[in-house]
Design a protein around this ligand. Structure first.
Ligand code: SF4
Ligand code: SF4
Length: 104
């Protein structure tokens, strides 16, 4: 389980700079840099319309990851203890990235 910070405050699943999902998938099979990755679990919260008071930020979650060229990728699963997902103001998944990607 990976500790995850996420500054994509425009995502439906974000609360307090954390993610409320139990698991996410990071995409970017050919990624060689952070900007080639993205959070495939992103869902836009259009105009901030969705408010769920019962959203609970998860401290640790399962991160499946297709960025197989990252040093932390073990069998399409993230083995890093802590990662950051970035993309403040994102309106689609491709505007986000795993800021912790490091090329092997
Ligand atoms: S962008 Fe991804 S990690 Fe961030 S809150 Fe949304 S689903 Fe979670
Ligand atoms: S740190 Fe690497 S393995 Fe972990 S989610 Fe980010 S890109 Fe994938």
């Amino acid at each position: 389980m990976t500790r995850l910070d996420c500054n994509v405050t425009n995502c439906l699943h974000n609360a307090e700079n954390c993610c409320c999902k139990a698991a996410i998938i990071v995409e970017g099979e050919q990624a060689k840099d952070t900007c080639d990755t993205c959070c495939g679990s992103f869902d836009e919260n259009k105009d901030g319309a969705y408010h769920n008071l019962f959203k609970t930020p998860e401290n640790r979650l399962e991160v499946d990851c297709e960025a197989v060229k990252c040093v932390y990728n073990e069998g399409r699963h993230c083995s890093a203890d802590h990662i950051g997902i970035a993309g403040d103001g994102a309106s689609e998944a491709s505007h986000t990235e795993c800021a912790s990607f490091r090329e092997r």
